[in-house]
Design a protein around this ligand. Structure first.
Ligand code: MN
Ligand code: MN
Length: 468
């Protein structure tokens, strides 16, 4: 083949073929440094935001430090105003009012701040053969066997008989004790190992070990349980019946860490979906006087299907947008129709150890940038909102214009599995919506993995979008 023909084919390929390349090969040292700095801020947020309540609280602190004030319906609003609403301490909506008329719509970024975990049952505490344990009911989609023999901390709120709320956090400080779900030793596990993998640990076997010391050595029964109750009463003023009005969540107790010799990745609990929630929040905090009103939603209950009054199947987002519209004498539905939304959620990254579940031409890869997912769902796109070609085109143009490194993604091969996000519920409000977020390895495991460069590109994507 002649030299000129090779050159021509190279040229044509460059013009006609789509290319995807490691993000590190496409950025300069300045951007690399910005990415590293962003990652360390995010790691700090993740370490202190292991539950939806903690993430909401930390978000409010950051919002107030940046001059956002609590919005009440009827409050007059003008361009540049920064507001937020707190939905029951579990979900937050924050906004910066734009210079364009509100009827031109808003730019929404919607992430969730709940993550898979184990919740204590309402009557959790029991003693069995001189050990004290908590009964749990797991929250969200987990592989139950992953949650045994992993250090656990306990977070949440207990509402006492008199109505007082007591905040509980044990297992996060270096001097704190931890808890764990025990597992069977391999020597005695031949029968257990014959169970199907989904049942190697059954739901009712996710019991958390919390004590072994009796209150005192007399003849009374349940002395170990009594001793635990005694400690809880001394520390928090709790009696056993107070568990009935409590929300206590067991989550991995270990801190988030850099991963790899090159420190290019972040390993931690709860990336899904704080790895999108934090960039969405930061994008809003860093946004001044946008054209369109910029809105960030940090929602709860995504992992259990978005039902409930703090999940996005409820009307709290629509009501907020209606209140915004009212402030300018407009109709909520007209605002929604003109609005655009990035459903800010993670997607699965290609794992070389498990290549068979992915279709390599359409899945997301670590370090290939923020992942744009046109549709989610399962079995023939069931349960998806499927963004239009026009809206994908708009987002694609925006990302390319700003030199933001992005890739497309699909949650596994057709008919292998699937899953959804809040995108469908927001699109159901007549809002143009598309999934945009960070690719994750080991999603929903106690230790999830993301790449720093993808997190940074996600922040840049959200920033560009709310400024558009
Ligand atoms: Mn998610
Ligand atoms: Mn999830």
């Amino acid at each position: 083949m002649s030299e000129s023909k090779i050159t021509e084919s190279k040229k044509q390929k460059k013009e006609l073929f789509a290319e995807s390349k490691h993000a590190a090969l496409r950025i300069d040292a300045v951007e690399q440094a910005e990415s590293d700095a962003f990652a360390s801020d995010y790691m700090q947020f993740l370490n202190t935001s292991k539950t939806e309540r903690k993430a909401a609280k930390n978000a409010i602190t950051l919002l107030e430090q940046n001059n956002f004030r609590l919005f009440t319906p009827g409050m007059p609003l003008k361009a540049g105003d920064k507001i937020y609403v707190n939905n029951r301490n579990k979900a937050i909506i924050a906004a910066v009012i734009g210079t364009a008329p509100i009827r031109e719509g808003v730019r929404l970024c919607a992430a969730h701040i709940d993550s898979p975990r184990m919740d204590l049952k309402q009557n959790p505490l029991y003693e069995d053969h001189e050990l004290a344990l908590f009964k749990t009911h797991y929250y969200g989609g987990i592989k139950k066997y992953q949650w045994t023999t992993t250090p656990l901390s306990l977070h949440g709120v207990v509402v006492l008989k008199d109505g007082t709320s007591v905040q509980v956090q044990i297992g996060e400080s270096p001097e704190d004790p931890i808890f764990c779900v025990t597992d069977l030793l391999p020597h005695l596990a031949p029968q257990q190992m014959k169970r199907p993998a989904g049942e190697i640990i059954r739901g009712e076997e996710l019991n958390i070990l919390i004590g072994s010391m009796p209150f005192r050595d007399d003849e009374e029964s349940e002395q170990v349980k009594l001793n635990v109750m005694h400690i809880l009463h001394e520390k928090y003023g709790i009696v056993e019946s107070d568990f009935l009005s409590a929300e206590l969540e067991a989550v991995p107790a270990f801190p988030v860490k850099e991963l790899g010799f090159d420190r290019s990745m972040i390993a931690g609990y709860g990336h899904d979906d704080r790895v999108c929630a934090y960039p969405a929040l930061r994008a809003l905090l860093d946004c001044n006087a946008p054209t369109h009103t910029a809105v960030t939603i940090l929602t709860d209950k995504e992992e259990t299907g978005s039902d409930g009054n703090t999940g996005l199947c409820s009307s709290y987002l629509a009501y907020f947008l209606e209140d915004l519209a009212d402030a300018f004498g407009e109709k909520g539905r007209h605002i929604m129709h003109a609005s655009q939304c990035l459903s800010a959620d993670v997607n699965a990254a290609f794992d070389p150890t498990f290549p068979d579940v992915m279709e390599s031409k359409n899945c997301a890869y670590l370090n290939h940038g923020v992942c744009v997912t046109k549709y989610t769902g399962a079995r023939g796109k069931s349960g998806t909102s499927d963004a239009s070609a026009e809206f994908v085109g708009t987002i694609r143009r925006l990302l390319d214009e700003q030199n933001i490194i992005w890739q497309t993604g699909e949650l596994g091969k057709v008919d292998v599995g699937g899953g959804g996000t809040v995108a469908a519920y927001i699109a159901n409000l007549d809002i143009d919506t598309i999934d945009v977020g960070v690719p994750v390895l080991s999603m929903h495991a106690p230790l999830e993995v993301v790449a720093k460069l993808d997190v940074y590109m996600t922040y840049r994507a959200f920033s560009a979008f709310i400024a558009s």
